[in-house]
Design a protein around this ligand. Structure first.
Ligand SMILES: *Cc1c(COP(=O)(O)O)cnc(C)c1O
Length: 489
């Protein structure tokens, strides 16, 4: 085990010179003062080595292929970072006046417009901090719309079993009752089951398309029409938009509200690389309910001769807004990165990225499906990801988890395991457009080798990972006896 930074501590050792304070000295009252501090006492080189060591223990998109299904772990282009680091943006404060922040407001206004345009929607809010937060926002908008029409009885959300787990969670958080709709044998929503559940209690349907089986919903138009005919709205979980940007506009098909994950489709970093961002787009009739404030052009400013028709950007809270979902304007640094990504690629580039993402996933599916059963990939193309099964004839003890652990030994981050829940021993593989054919080939060869090893030397899989800094964890213990901070002795 690597030493904790506290274990490197030696009393009296320091790594910084604090500058003389440039503000007046102020004596805190005695009762507010702490006398003991548990800071590690370390030198600069201790700290540098410690964090460099930790960073090397990480698997990341900057070091290895990261085919984690549903997460769209695409490359985060460095030009995004250049834009986000520009002084005028990086130093801007959310409480500055609109007059002093026209550049930042311009970017947000343009991004609202581009995201709405890409999805086929009328308006957008950039506030939500991630995908699941966008879901909650969208559901609250749907609920508010029904209520504004005096329709207070719509308390049920229909959710296909091929949806992401956050969908039922967000619906429950918004106070709705969740009813699951099964999939049919081809991985589509079962239309008869949907029809049976439609009624005056239905707030709407929440669907992920392409769904978590990596399949485009073949009856999407019919599904939307059925829900609308029953008085409901359709929520589109846009987390899988990387498959269809520039090809399909969900708003044109009948989706009423949708979120994007900028940290997936629009190349902003995941996790440790920065916060997420989950903008929400809506059709025209829902625009008045968006969380406020959003950015708009001050009415008349763009035709005003006095300022030469230069538009003035300002904050505006829509008339029937559900209110704020978050402090300030959203994760602005992420908005800048996504804006940069869209502007660098343009319409043709974004479409090419989606098509390459789909091509890459199908290439993998085609190369490995004789060794890994692809339950929905036998007679269908997949979209941006393929779901296969980590179980083999002649290797009864081998599970999907063993395949994933062995992949780590071969230098790949594992795919998503045991999701979707409807596929036993699921391995969900999403290569994204970022990977070259050479890397895809290496990945496929590793997968095929593991399938052979599963039969000939299963212990290699059972004992994997052999080279990772942390071996197999006791996942039950980790969940039951969670340790959230290191103990200072
Ligand atoms: C990632 C994902 C979400 C949740 O998004 P977060 O940004 O992680 O909150 C929702 N639905 C699908 C299909 C996803 O892949």
């Amino acid at each position: 085990m690597e030493p904790l930074i506290y274990e490197l501590s030696v009393p009296g050792r320091v790594g910084v010179d604090m500058p003389e304070p440039d503000v007046p000295h102020f004596e805190l009252p005695e009762n507010l003062r702490r006398t003991e501090f548990h800071f590690p006492e370390v030198s600069q080189i201790d700290v540098t080595r410690h964090f460099t060591r930790l960073s090397r223990m990480n698997m990341s998109i900057d070091t290895n292929m990261y085919p984690l299904g549903s997460c769209t772990m695409k490359y985060n282009p460095r030009v995004n970072e250049d834009a986000a680091r520009l002084n005028g943006f990086a130093q801007v404060h959310p409480l500055q006046s609109a007059e002093g922040t026209q550049g930042a407001l311009y970017v947000m206004h343009a991004l609202q417009g581009m995201l709405a345009e890409i999805g086929g929607f009328a308006a957008a809010s950039l506030q939500p901090a991630a995908g699941a937060h966008g879901e909650l926002t969208g559901i609250l908008i749907m609920r508010a719309w029904h209520r504004s029409r005096g329709d207070n009885k719509r308390t049920t959300m229909l959710i296909p079993d091929s949806a992401h787990g956050t969908n039922p969670a967000s619906s429950a958080m918004a106070g709705l009752t969740v009813v699951e709709i099964p999939s049919d044998a081809r991985g589509n929503v079962d239309l008869a089951a949907l029809q049976a559940h439609l009624g005056p209690d239905v707030c709407g349907l929440m669907m992920t398309n392409p769904n978590t089986l990596g399949m485009f919903e073949e009856h999407i138009q019919e599904v939307c029409d059925m829900v609308h005919a029953a008085g409901g709205l359709v929520y589109g979980d846009g987390a899988n938009m990387n498959a269809i940007v520039g090809v399909v506009k969900p708003g044109d098909i009948g989706i009423d509200v949708m979120h994007y994950n900028l940290h997936k489709t629009f190349s902003t970093p995941h996790g440790g690389g920065g916060p997420g961002s989950g903008p929400v787009m809506v059709v025209d009739k829902l625009a008045a309910f968006l969380p406020g404030p959003v950015v708009r052009i001050r009415p008349g400013s763009d035709t005003d001769e006095e300022n030469d028709g230069v538009p003035f950007y300002e904050w505006h809270t829509p008339a029937q807004s559900i209110g704020r979902m978050r402090a300030f304007a959203g994760n602005f640094g992420m908005l800048l990165r996504a804006y940069t990504y869209i502007r660098v690629h343009g319409e043709a580039g974004l479409r090419a990225n989606s098509m390459n993402a789909v091509l890459n996933a199908n290439y993998i599916q085609a190369r490995i499906k004789h060794a890994y059963h692809a339950p929905f990939g036998q007679d269908r193309w997949c979209m941006h990801e393929t779901v296969v099964q980590g179980k083999f004839e002649g290797a009864p003890d081998i599970k999907a988890l063993d395949v994933s652990k062995r992949l780590m030994d071969k230098g790949f981050h594992p795919p998503t395991n045991y999701f979707p829940l409807t596929v036993p021993e699921a391995l969900m593989i999403e290569p994204t457009e970022s990977e070259s054919k050479q890397t895809l080939d290496k990945f496929c060869e590793a997968m095929l080798e593991i399938a052979r090893e599963a039969v000939t030397s299963p212990e290699l899989l059972k004992n994997a990972p052999a080279h990772a800094p942390v071996k197999r964890l006791d996942e039950v213990k980790a969940a039951r006896e969670l340790v959230l901070c290191c103990k200072i002795v």
